[in-house]
Ligand binder design. Structure first.
Ligand code: ADP
Ligand code: ADP
Length: 229
């Protein structure tokens, strides 16, 4: 059963053709890694999936809903499809716990104590249970990104999109973030990950998609074909 389906999707920014006839299916529970040069359309592809960008033509189905259909609730799509960004995008004036609970409190309007308990569990899962009262500015980049991942999971999404989640991090921080992502993958989360981390692509991802110039040039479950050894 598929979570995401692109059928002949095109995306233009004015006259610029950013996505060219994209066909791509991501099954539930699948981890797809997207690689390709800067400017090839990877980020645009992710942003179309949760409605941050609108497609120009073709069809895009997410969680069985057609994103072009006016009856589709885009807030529901964003709730069901989390996004983790390169630069974390945490609220600087809220502590770690508040960053994780804010979405469920406000968007889902759920019971505050229950949400807090779940947030503590998530912080434990990402290895930051002792940082609940810290503010983002007091954390390393790697820690902030793990908070961002916990915040995304707090919404109980059906899929999570990762846009170069480790590209802004010092090398020694990257492993901890990738370990958390691997844990989430092993729990069966559907994930689309734009990354340069080929170890993750090879050992955690089920498929590699290679983009260039707005097109998908390779879409392969034969992950090892990308490696020489
Ligand atoms: P990647 O993630 O592979 O680096 P992007 O999806 O960010 O590539 O960008 C693909 C192309 O689309 C780039 O040439 C970029 O400049 C262009 N682009 C992206 N967003 C916009 C926008 N909002 N307006 C105009 N051009 C854009
Ligand atoms: P929940 O949002 O409660 O976690 P689901 O999203 O799976 O659970 O769906 C709950 C109900 O909302 C279902 O009837 C489903 O068909 C409908 N629904 C889910 N997503 C959307 C959407 N993007 N637009 C409109 N209705 C939706």
């Amino acid at each position: 059963m598929s979570m995401i389906e692109f059928h002949d999707v095109n995306k233009y920014f004015g006259k610029f053709h950013a996505l060219k006839n994209i066909n791509l299916t991501v099954d539930r529970g699948e981890v797809v890694t997207i690689i390709g040069p800067s400017g090839s359309g990877k980020s645009t592809l992710l942003r179309c999936i949760n409605g941050l960008e609108r497609i120009t033509s073709g069809q895009l189905i997410v969680n069985d809903f057609d994103l072009a259909d006016k009856k589709t609730d885009m807030n529901r799509i964003r709730k069901n499809v989390g996004m983790v960004f390169q630069h974390f995008n945490l609220y600087a004036n809220k502590n770690v716990l508040q960053n994780v609970t804010l979405g469920p409190d406000l968007v889902l309007k759920r019971n505050k104590q229950e949400v807090e308990q779940e947030a503590h569990d998530l912080l434990k899962m990402v290895g930051l249970e002792n940082k609940a009262d810290s503010f983002p500015g007091e954390l390393s980049g790697g820690q902030q990104q793990r908070v961002a991942i916990a915040r995304s999971l707090a919404m109980k999404p059906k899929a999570i999109l990762f846009d170069e989640p480790t590209s802004a991090l010092d090398p020694e921080m990257i492993g901890d973030v990738l370990d958390v992502m691997q844990k989430i993958a092993e729990q069966g989360m559907t994930m689309v990950v734009v990354t340069h981390e080929m170890g993750f692509a090879r050992h955690v991802g089920n498929r590699i998609v290679f983009m260039d110039d707005g097109q998908i040039l390779v879409d392969s479950a034969n992950v090892d074909q990308f490696f020489d050894d």
